[in-house]
Design a protein around this ligand. Sequence first.
Ligand SMILES: NC(=O)c1ccc[n+]([C@@H]2O[C@H](COP(=O)([O-])OP(=O)(O)OC[C@H]3O[C@@H](n4cnc5c(N)ncnc54)[C@H](O)[C@@H]3O)[C@@H](O)[C@H]2O)c1
Length: 203
Amino acid sequence: MKKIPGPSKKRLFTLARLLSQQKKEKITSVELSALTGWGEATIRRDISLLELHNGVSNGYDVKILHDAICSSLQINSDQAEKHPCCIVGLGKLGEALLESSVFKGSSFELVAGFDTNFNKIEIMKTEIPLFATLDLEKKIRSLKIEYAVLAVPDEKAQFMADRLIACGIRGIVNYTNTVLSVPKEVRVEHVNTAVILTGMCAC
Ligand SMILES: NC(=O)c1ccc[n+]([C@@H]2O[C@H](COP(=O)([O-])OP(=O)(O)OC[C@H]3O[C@@H](n4cnc5c(N)ncnc54)[C@H](O)[C@@H]3O)[C@@H](O)[C@H]2O)c1
């Protein structure tokens, strides 16, 4: 199997998500370009990295393409089998993520939110179970949580990441400004709007 470069991987993850929302059976690279804003050549090149055995006449078969992406990137295409995840830090950002539909249609299920502030946990109205961070280790294990979204104050980020990792968490989406130090078997994605914008205007 061809090695898929990082930027192509990211685009293919997005494509898989968009394809899972499609109602039609076939989709062309022109339509994919309109959906994503990426050039047709880029889309075709990314797709050429997959092991697609079927011909492409009048567009790609949506299901075949979706399954090929999932199989090449080893992501779970079975929506019934979800990876449990949690949000740690339920301030402005954490609460917005909790209330958003960010996990909808994905193979991830938000099963818990954690915060140090007991009042917040009691007052917040949400269908997602909320817990004090005192119970973090117990709940991560009992709910079999695999991934965490980190939205705590910057100075608490490494400490909370260490606690999550000690519980066996597989990956962290880090929204804080702290660059985390993690063991090599744990995946971390840093999401920092300023850094992303800087990358956009850098040549
Ligand atoms: N990635 C971005 O573009 C972006 C944008 C805004 C904020 N941020 C970062 O996201 C983080 C959260 O920002 P915010 O505006 O939501 O902050 P906030 O102050 O509104 O919320 C922080 C929350 O974390 C809780 N908390 C404190 N210590 C904790 C701990 N040890 N464990 C669990 N919860 C704890 C607090 O009680 C509070 O509810 C900050 O690090 C901020 O710098 C990133």
